[in-house]
Design a binder for this molecule. Structure first.
Ligand code: 5GP
Ligand code: ZN
Length: 110
């Protein structure tokens, strides 16, 4: 599949990994929008929140279960989790991902 994040999961495109298990991969964003900017993705290809269903939502639950561990490893206590769903919302990579932003006082959501 021609998906950038699937290629990162497969190791075909390098990334700076922060955390990995069987279900989830986390790596630094290539264009950080905050001093700490990590992307947390399910290894399974889901195009976005729009693809979440009762039969795969355990993957999303797992993402949120590991976020506190990832935050601890990054040394941050205060952080924002953002997911863009659809082009008008700013989604540019159509593989479900959660931005973890931290390291500065984050402004209001726009
Ligand atoms: P979106 O705009 O879809 O919510 O987020 C996609 C994110 O992926 C952007 O923040 C962008 O900087 C990041 N990104 C795009 N290409 C790459 C890449 O090749 N490697 C990494 N690590 N991040 C990428
Ligand atoms: Zn993908």
């Amino acid at each position: 599949m021609d998906c950038l994040f699937c290629k990162i999961v497969a190791g075909e495109i390098p990334s700076r990994k922060v955390y990995e298990d069987d279900v989830v991969l986390a790596f630094y964003d290539i264009e950080p929008k905050a001093p700490v900017h990590v992307l947390i993705i399910p290894k399974q290809h889901l195009a976005g929140v729009r693809d979440v269903t009762p039969s795969n939502s355990d993957v999303v639950a797992h993402v949120f279960e590991v976020i506190p561990t990832i935050a601890r490893e990054l040394g941050v206590t205060d952080y924002r989790i953002v997911t863009n769903n659809g082009v008008d919302a700013g989604q540019t990579v159509h593989h479900l991902h959660f931005h973890l932003l931290a390291g500065r006082v984050l402004g209001e959501m726009g």
